[in-house]
Design a binder for this molecule. Structure first.
Ligand SMILES: [Zn+2]
Length: 110
């Protein structure tokens, strides 16, 4: 069985990072004390910024889930295995997409 301690450390670092990012975003979005500009164009801009941040928070949440799943797969010893065809996932592919659960041929045929 291959040693994944480096991969695990990398995934955990990314997870910490994503959790910290989400924390900052949620704090910012929850902070309703922010003074809303009185004139309309700026208010619209203000809301647009919030939408951007909401979208970013949603993406960060997805990333966290993906990283948590990847870490669970490491625990299960299933990290190397394609969840679709059960072949080994190419190491170059995992390098680029550390949270992927399928090999490149399965990903390509979807
Ligand atoms: Zn596959």
């Amino acid at each position: 069985m291959s040693d994944h301690s480096e991969t695990r450390a990398k995934l955990e670092a990314q997870l910490d990072d994503a959790v910290a990012t989400l924390d900052r975003l949620e704090n910012h979005l929850r902070n309703t004390d922010r003074s809303v500009p009185q004139d309309w164009p700026e208010q619209a801009q203000f809301r647009e910024n919030d939408e951007v941040l909401e979208a970013l928070a949603a993406r960060t949440r997805e990333k966290i889930e993906g990283l948590q799943r990847a870490l669970e797969r490491l625990d299960d010893g299933a990290y190397d295995r394609c969840s679709n065809c059960d072949r080994e996932i190419e190491s170059e592919r995992r390098e680029v997409l550390p949270t992927t659960t399928v090999c490149s041929s399965c990903a390509g045929s979807r």
